[in-house]
Ligand binder design. Sequence first.
Ligand SMILES: [Zn+2]
Length: 83
Amino acid sequence: MPNLVYTKAPSCPRCTENATQIVAQSPVAGAWTMALCPTCYYTWRSTEPDYAVKREAMSKDFYIDPTKIEKGRVMPEIPPLRT
Ligand SMILES: [Zn+2]
């Protein structure tokens, strides 16, 4: 199976953001590239399995609605201050 190397940043498989960036390339030229989504911060290497790089093969449980990111809870939760 030939390796997939992104020639331009793909859309994010988790949130469909189109303004992703190529942030790393393999030390051996042409082996893989890594993309980053600036909206949900998902990062993925081009050679990962389809379930990690293609939206249609990814579990819908892993999808992120960008409009709901701000409503997510803080992880890890910050405990109340001790008095
Ligand atoms: Zn994303």
